[in-house]
Structure formats: C-alpha cells, structure tokens
Design a protein around this ligand. Structure first.
Ligand code: LMR
Length: 396
C-alpha cells in the first residue's frame, strides 16, 4: 500500500528555502519564501507581539479547547482591521471563522464554495501565488485564470483582466489579491477597484479576496481601500485574512475566513458549515497566534506600538526597492527600473527566463522561486551590490 507513491518534486516556494539551506556558498542570498527580514537577515517577532505573549502567558489559566470557530474577539477585531467601520455595518451578515493561517482560510473557503456549488469555477489571476491553485484545487473545485500582469509594462493588465472577468458566467468566483499582489507586486488602484467592483456586481460574480499582506504595501488603511470599495458594492464575498506577515506570526498559523452574505439567516447557516468543514479537516484552529493578535488589536498601546513596527518594516522594504533600483540602473544605463519602486509589498517579478533563474542560483547562489519572484526583504545593505551585479546582466 505505501510502496506505490512516487517521490514528489519540491514545492516551488518552500523547495527554494530547502535548496538555499543546502548551499554551502558564503555568497548565497535567499530571495525566495515571502518572509520579512531585517538588516541582519532575521525575521523578527514584533515587540508588541512579544509583549502580548508575555501578558497572555502570565494570565492564561487554561488550555482547554477553543471550538471550531476559534477566538471570537480575534475574529471580530481582524475583520474590523480589514473592513473598518464597514465591519460593524455588515456584522449581522458576516460569518467569521478563525483558521489555520491564511492558507486555512483559503481552503475552508474553497470547501465552503464546493459544498454550496460543486460546479463552481474559481478564477485566479495569471500569474498568482504558487500555492493558490493547489490549495483551492485540492477541494475539488475547477480553476481557471484571468489575465493580470503585463510583463512589458510591469503593471497590472487591467483592460484584459476586466474584459475576461466581464465575460464570466454569473456565479463564477473571482479570487483577488487584497493588496501587494503575489508574485507581481503590481496592484490595482482605487479607480480600477471601483470599475472592477461594478463589473463583479453587475455580472453576479462572487469575489474571494486573499488579504495576506495588509499593512505591507503602504499602511494598514491605504492597503485596503480597494477591498473596502468592493465590500461596499457587492452583496456577498469571501475574505481570507492572514496574520503571518503583518504580525510576524508565521509559524503560529493565525488567520480568518470572513464570509459576508446577503442576510443574517444566510450568515447563520454559513457559520454552521464553516464549523463543520473545520471539524472534519482539523477540528479547531491553534489558539496562540490568534489570541496574541486579538490582544494587540484590543490594546491601544500595543496596537500603536505594532503599527509603528509595521511602518518601519514598510519603510525598509521601500528603501530596499529604491536601493536596488539605483544599483541596477548604475549597471544598466538607459534601462527603466522604476517598476521596482512602483510595486508594493515584498515581491516583484524579476522577469528572468528559466535559464536566467537557473544561472542566478547555480552561478551566483541567489535563490528565487521558479517564477522569478524576488522577495525584496531578503536584500540588505551588505548584499545589495552582489544581488544587483548578479541580476543586472540577466534582466532583459
Ligand atoms: C510566499 O508566498 O512565499 C509565502 O506566502 C509563504 C508560502 O507559504 O508560500
């Protein structure tokens, strides 16, 4: 029975981390997996998170089960962080479940869609995060792609995207990146979100928004302007939220799935399905990360501290983008590298060929996933020249 499974190829993103660790070169640079790193290459635990953890451990009296929906305060606060005052207006129509990270939210959402309509087709951006299709497709739903990115301009290909989405049959699900598009870094502007929301609403499509990087583009509010435009316009949507990056809670697996429905009756029904899906897959989510995030969000002082910490991370990523653009421009005069500073979040596509990506890895020991996505947070003052030197000749 267990002898008939062949060895699988490495995961496109996590496999890069494993290959990087195996490389003995002292020159090696990891621009792979999407984790924030500081100047020393460390992925820090924000001070606000540490403080909340200390308080929580001192006060915690039990570790009994939390229940399939998880931490109710966390669910409320994290949805409010995403939707602002709109969260309160939509409260009666919203069913939220705490999930095993943002991945768990995407998967519970996919299972919910499948329970509701096994024929539903989920349309994802081309390109999209390497785990979207495996994660959602494993639920049994069919996936298709809509055009999203124009490699020539390195911007979102909004017209082709809209054209495709406007032709989808009613009931189609459209997976959107809330901000900091992964892997391109090319986001829609508020006006584009507004036009898209109109099309989605008038065609009777169902948006499923993946919000994994709130706060990492510009700030917590600016990053969700588009999402809030959409949320005001459409009668129902799904929202997958991750606390991995903005709270630095990666390994704690804290996230949530909010489903906004047409009415309170539907929301009550959806909540029972969310709970059953969780119960059947993993029973209930881990407590720690969500409890910490709830504490940070519920305490004015910790929240202010945390927001300051996110602002510093964003400022660093923006300055790294500018630094790299400058170093590349010095090596490739006449080339336009403004896309690097225009993109938002941790990622940009380098636009390298398969051979270029292999050369980057094998000759220069610089690691990126097979789509050529670069995590700018892997750059620092020490390696920026080396990265620029390695990449400059490979960029078309
Ligand atoms: C990434 O895109 O690198 C992150 O979201 C980590 C992951 O799980 O792939």
């Amino acid at each position: 029975m267990l002898d008939n499974l062949d060895r699988l190829p490495p995961d496109p993103i996590l496999g890069v981390t494993a290959a990087f660790r195996r490389d003995a070169s002292t020159k090696k640079v990891d621009l792979g997996v999407g984790v924030y790193r500081d100047d020393f290459g460390i992925t820090p635990v924000p001070a606000a998170v540490r403080e909340a953890e200390r308080e929580m451990l001192a006060q915690q009296t039990t570790k009994t089960y939390v229940g399939p929906a998880g931490n109710v305060e966390f669910n409320e606060r994290i949805v409010e962080m995403a939707l602002g005052t709109l969260a309160r207006d939509l409260q009666d129509r919203t069913a939220t479940i705490q999930t095993v990270g943002g991945c768990g939210a995407l998967r519970v959402g996919a299972e919910l869609l499948r329970a509701s309509n096994p024929q539903a087709v989920v349309h994802v951006s081309d390109p999209t995060w390497a785990n979207h299709e495996p994660l959602i497709g494993s639920s049994g739903l069919t996936l298709q792609r809509y055009p999203y990115y124009d490699p020539a301009t390195r911007r979102a290909a909004f017209e082709p995207m809209l054209d495709c989405i406007a032709k989808l049959p009613a009931g189609s699900v459209v997976l959107l990146h809330g901000c900091c598009h992964n892997p391109t870094g090319a986001d829609l502007n508020a006006e584009q979100w507004s036009v898209l929301a109109d099309v989605i609403e008038s065609r009777g499509l169902l948006p499923f928004v993946d919000l994994a990087y709130q706060g990492f583009g510009d700030d917590l509010g600016s990053d969700v302007v588009g999402l809030r435009i959409l949320a005001r316009r459409v009668p129902q949507f799904l929202l997958a939220i991750s606390c991995s990056k903005n709270f630095g809670l990666y390994r704690e697996r804290a996230g949530a799935l909010a489903v906004v429905t047409r009415n309170a009756t539907a929301a009550t029904a959806i909540a029972t399905h969310q709970a059953r899906i969780a119960r059947r897959m993993y029973s209930m989510p881990p407590d720690h990360g969500a409890a910490v995030a709830a504490r940070v969000l519920g305490d004015a002082r910790l929240r202010t501290l945390w927001e300051t910490e996110i602002a510093a991370m964003v400022a660093r990523m923006k300055s790294l983008r500018a630094l790299l653009a400058g170093r590349l421009a010095a090596r490739r005069p006449g080339h336009d590298f403004s896309w690097l500073t225009r993109h938002r979040g941790m990622f940009s596509l380098l636009g390298l060929s398969e051979a270029g990506i292999a050369e980057l890895r094998d000759k220069h020991h610089v690691y990126v996933p097979p789509d050529g996505r670069m995590n700018v947070a892997g750059i620092n003052e020490t390696n920026v020249d080396y990265v620029a030197e390695s990449v400059a000749g490979l960029i078309a």
